[in-house]
Design a protein around this ligand. Sequence first.
Ligand code: FAD
Length: 549
Amino acid sequence: MHQPQHPGAHVRGRGGSSTGHVVDAVIVGAGFAGLYMLHCLRGLGLSARVFEAGGGIGGTWYWNRYPGARCDVESMDYSYSFCDELQQEWRWTERYASQPEILRYVEHIADRFDLRRDIQLETRVTAARFDERASRWQIETDRGDQVSARFCIMATGCLSSAQIPAFPGLESFAGTTYQTSHWPHSEVDFTGQRVGVIGTGSSAIQSIPIIARQVASLVVFQRTPNFSAPARNGALDPEFERRVKADYAAFRQQARESRVGFVVPANAESALAVSAEVRQREYEMRWQRGGLGFAAAFADLLTRQEANDTAAEFFRAKIRATVRDAAVAEALLPKDFPLGTKRICVDTDYYETFNRDNVTLVDLRSEPLEAITPRGVQTEATEYELDSIVFATGFDAMTGALLNIDIRGRGGSTLGDKWVDGPRSYLGIAIAGFPNLFTITGPGSPSVISNMMVSIEQHVDWIADCLSHMREANLYTIEVTTQAEDSWVAHVNEVANATLYPLAKSWYTGANIPGKPRIFMPYVGGVGAYRKTCDEIAAKNYEGFKLTG
Ligand SMILES: Cc1cc2nc3c(=O)[nH]c(=O)nc-3n(C[C@H](O)[C@H](O)[C@H](O)COP(=O)(O)OP(=O)(O)OC[C@H]3O[C@@H](n4cnc5c(N)ncnc54)[C@H](O)[C@@H]3O)c2cc1C
């Protein structure tokens, strides 16, 4: 019989290589999730080793350095809440923080809480296998590390596995290619160049206006137009900052109880119950305020197509009014999915950019992309000659980073096999057949539908409380039952199916990845309601889980 090693009875990490190490927990990923998880485990007196594939910490904000990379949740919201001194002392400079500023914040966190000594950079976890006899995880990396851990915590990120479509001829291109999600660390100067951007999702929408101002000519290759609202970014209003900081605790509490992890003025009325003038006024107010929160303009925008149509038409009218060339405006109009069923983008001068003489929009629905050639991009209609191509082609969202690791649970069964028809998880935190393994913001949790900082902190706190409970109750393993998992998956689907979300062919459903099973992955029941469910489950002695000593 194996001798369970309880939290506290651990071997401390050695700092350098990790071969043969025994730790309480391995954390995969050093973004906001991994860093806070490490901090909490330290607080519990547990030993942990963090492996991070990147050359630095920060996850999303380490990798995505493209021009214009910026948060679309406001900075007073998009920050950690766990330390009051930190949130009081840190000063954001803008309403929405830029990527360099967020990365400075991350670096500050690592120093302030002395996190670096347990983080191993430039190390990709390749395998995590559950050893049933020892009830421990064996973790392997691409650098030959082998670590034995009681708990394996996946902080691998929802949007960290980049997707580059396999364009024929890609290798033949004679110019330079860039990917928004793996942007070089040194400044890229496009001055005088002919540049193409492939993709018109959030990263493209942020970068296109800035790239357009630098280049000789810019060609934007669009497959699906998106809804984008103006950010109305600017210096952070000192009065707003003062008010928030005067009672940051209450501000955070409201965010935790909200639907999406930050507070936007919500309207309980149906869009169809008011006159066209009232609707227009409401939409215009939100458009002028800028940023996210449009979907809260009326109670039924995400549940009734006719209600949604009114908001979508408002956006389309704005695009028509902004873009001078009627044919270009028409091509930019999103028509294939209801507003808000793909994350609404937030921009600065995106639509205005198409009024520039040096910008061309190519609608790939009318002239499909055939190949990348040595000279540029070949569509069905013509060849566009380019010096550089920027791929803004998105991510294998939510499951990609997890499935890139050879994760094997009970009986050696793989996560890939288990998720062959789409992800199945309890609360987006735990997976049946994979004991003592946790996923932070996994599929089946609000994650990408929310202010991720709120969702990350909630999951990390829940996991830390769970481990603390296990220590107090002298328990060694925790594993969700298949029954509990099945009913959560059914609930996630039921909630999603009561909305318009599943109508969009989006990365929420895996539709952007060829061959990926179509299943609606995030939980849209609301951040506040979800938190309550998680807390109730914990309070009922971890209902749905089997805990063993
Ligand atoms: C361009 C962009 C803009 C965004 N803007 C917003 C926003 O405005 N608001 C918002 O709420 N969210 C936004 N997000 C989502 C963002 O990902 C989260 O807010 C948050 O940063 C996620 O933190 P994380 O720690 O969970 O994951 P990540 O930051 O993705 O970190 C995960 C880390 O895990 C590492 N990793 C993955 N697999 C392995 C492995 N096998 N071995 C070792 N390391 C591994 C990755 O290298 C990565 O560094 C944005 C995402 C992107 C890409």
